[in-house]
Design a binder for this molecule. Structure first.
Ligand SMILES: C[S@@+](CC[C@H](N)C(=O)[O-])C[C@H]1O[C@@H](n2cnc3c(N)ncnc32)[C@H](O)[C@@H]1O
Length: 295
């Protein structure tokens, strides 16, 4: 079943690149991420091949799939990830600074409801424990949602319950693959609304930004507080910042009227990509760029 794209964004053309089936793109992040951007990878590849930047900044990093892909496919020399969520930040700090002990713990852990619940209640004393807790909760919560109040998986995949997304060998392999690129990946914990502009100004035209902010409450996915601990940003301020910056960018958004108006206000370019959600409804996502790229 399909529903028409929201009338607000239907004036934008469809991208000439389709959303890919996520199974056809290498899954490089150990984190499952609600709103993950694996489907966008063909757009990212084409954009980065054209702009030839040295540095990619990903200010709303989450699972970091775009940065990981960009350095692993040598599309840029360096990627800088920024994330405000302290739990997700602990994970990236550990992975990039000391991934081996994390891999060792993953190898020897089998989640049960009791163990996961004990881990969730436990206070974390160090970044190693914090990172491990983030990963376990991310892989055992419904849809990878870490926001307060998120529930654990019940039936899980193939009725395997809480272990159904816990693949130790795959997770260790992903950590090891990331380990090969740690000198090309930098992580900052913080608020991108403050950090991004000075960072981009410092790099000038050598840097580009990929922005995947939490979506508007009015958007098709109602991302909001249900998905992320930090779920609101000032969308108008973000657009204004990108209009001021010299760096090239690619940004994804829902097709809410507020976003359509901001694209028009700053004369950015946008295309629609039609995504199917879990109920097979088609939901348009916008890919927004400074130059015309995908139509
Ligand atoms: C849509 S998700 C990013 C998903 C990511 N592109 C992926 O594929 O995994 C948005 C992320 O931005 C983070 N975030 C929200 N506000 C932020 C801010 N002001 N600064 C940095 N990160 C923020 C959220 O915690 C969330 O992880």
């Amino acid at each position: 079943m399909s529903v028409p794209p929201s009338s607000a964004c239907s004036a934008f053309p469809l991208s000439r690149l389709p959303a890919v089936n996520v199974a056809t793109v290498p899954q490089r992040s150990p984190l499952r991420y609600p709103g993950g951007k694996t489907w966008l990878i063909p757009h990212i590849r084409e954009w980065l091949a054209n702009v030839q930047a040295r540095v990619l900044v990903e200010p709303f990093a989450g699972g970091g799939i775009v940065s990981l892909t960009a350095v692993m496919e040598a599309l840029v020399d360096q990627a800088i990830l920024i994330e405000r969520d302290h739990d997700v930040a602990a994970f990236w700090h550990m992975v990039l600074e000391n991934g081996a002990p994390l891999a060792e713990r993953i190898r020897h852990f089998t989640p049960t409801r009791e163990l996961v619940s004990a881990l969730e209640q436990s206070g974390v004393r160090c970044v190693a424990e914090h990172a491990f807790r983030t990963l376990v909760l991310n892989r055992t919560k419904r849809a990878g949602i870490l926001a307060p109040g998120a529930s654990s998986m019940r039936a899980g995949e193939n009725d395997k319950g809480i272990v159904s997304r816990w693949y130790p060998d795959t997770l260790v392999a992903r950590l090891q693959a990331i380990g090969e690129y740690v000198d090309k990946l930098t992580f900052f914990e913080g608020d991108s609304m403050r950090l991004l502009e000075p960072l981009l100004r410092g790099w000038g035209k050598d840097a580009v930004a990929f922005l995947d902010p939490p979506y508007t409450a009015a958007g098709g996915k109602k991302a909001g507080a249900r998905l992320y601990a930090y779920s609101t940003i000032d969308h108008a301020a973000l657009f204004e910042m990108m209009a001021r910056c010299k760096s090239d960018f690619l940004m994804t958004y829902d097709g809410a009227p507020e976003i359509v108006a901001l694209v028009e206000k700053y004369q950015f370019q946008a295309v629609r990509v039609e995504m199917k959600n879990a109920h097979h409804h088609r939901l348009p996502e916008l890919v927004i760029t400074r130059e015309r790229r995908f139509s």
